[in-house]
Ligand binder design. Sequence first.
Ligand code: PEP
Ligand code: MG
Length: 540
Amino acid sequence: MEKRFAGRSAAPGLALGALFPIANGTGTRVASGAAESEAEALRSALSAALSDLSALIERSTEDAAAILEFQVALLEDDVLAEPAHAAIAAGSAADQAWLQALQQEIAGYETSDDEYFRARAADLYDIRDRVLAHLTGSATETAVPAGAIVAAVDLAPSRFLAIDWSRGGALVLTAGSTTSHVAMLARSRGIPAIVGLGVDVDELSGLALVDAHRGVLIVNPGPAARVQFERDAETAATARTLATAAAMKPAVTADGTTIRIVLNIADPRELSDLDPAICDGIGLVRTEFLFHNQQGLPDEEQQYSTYRRIVEWAHDRPVTIRTLDAGGDKPIPGLTPTGESNPFLGVRGLRLSLAQPDVFRTQLRALARAAMHGNVKIMLPMVTHPRELAIARSMLDAEIAALTAAGIPARRASLGIMIEVPAAAIAADQFDAEFFSIGSNDLTQYVAAAGRDIGAVADLADPTQPAMLRLLRYVVNAARAQHIDVSLCGDAGGDARAIPLLLGAGLRTLSMAPALVGNAKLAIAAVDLRSVMESEPWPT
Ligand code: PEP
Ligand code: MG
């Protein structure tokens, strides 16, 4: 029987497919400290991984089953886990022991002279992650079938990223919020998403239609719903054609004001099929993606080569790379603090970088080196007090001096700050930054005291409410008085409904997910700043 559930649209789009419920897990693990319980944790993760594989084999085609059976054979061979058990006996935590043992095994396969063994390394990666997922309490994302409608209570950003969305699909969350990081990722990937469905995930199974324009999920759709879906799909295809055409044109308002459009990316793979002519540069690279790597923290070389690739993609356009913004709803096991009563008010963003100076220095060095290849701007997240900027600046200068002394080419990129903490917005004139970028997602949650991950207060987390517009106008004016650039890189920047108000508040540079550029340019073309200015009683 057809069932309809209403939620909120977090990323527009339509999808038809089988629902795939996944369990919720935080992806972090606290070691017990006792060798016997760590060994037991590893044994049960191995056996859980084996049951996953058997279940997968049952619903797989013959060729896929053959691959999975190879993995089963590997897992069943005690030799694979022997080094991990030895490390546990010597005091390692189960997840670390497993990771290191598998890394060694993978390296052996990857460097083998035999083509057959080299080709099997991918299976080992798969096994490594599946067992690790059980050890850390997160689901085995590799099991999500292509094109599925993923249903969950909420989803950690790293788990979203681990799912292969290349063949479509959609995300439906029974809780969640439109301003959470996972919602943002869905928008940037063009994956339809609905949040706040307010039902039990167990009710979500079978075939379903996702109308993420209206925020409606239809389970077991009847003939009428399917006909409507076909019609909507046609209308959406026409709108997409218009937006695709607009994306490659300049962003100009009806009165002829040019607006600069820059991109938000959370993973450089988002750029692979993108023509740089779509934008005026990159307004926000969220570097957290580098730190979710399970092999440990990225070293200077890894970071440098990734940043360099992004900078080279952009040619001479500016590329704003944000230093690590971990914490809040973006925990990184082993790096971010655990047990904070309110992680959004805790050690996150720049606060974490200053508390972990070695990690921060490595990133600053990689950024200063990448700056040799283009127009790099370094952006600090979650800045609260001017002294934090001063400390970061002196650390950047010291790293550049050290690199130069060692004969390693490096350049002093401009150093700016995100304005996303009310203290920084209210005292924007006190910050000696080289640019500002307004993080409207966090700024809204802090101004409105409405958590960005709490669906029940989503209405209050409106970036265009009077207090926010007043603050935006103030920050824009403070930037103008200091003769520095100001942009906005929160989600509001790519929201067609918010754009007229943001332009009205004085913003002329907006940063947004690549998938939103076309629609944003259409929205900009419809704004006449002369009438916006006249009709809005902007507070000064
Ligand atoms: C913001 O807070 O608006 C922002 C762009 O940063 P993030 O969404 O990554 O916290
Ligand atoms: Mg933020």
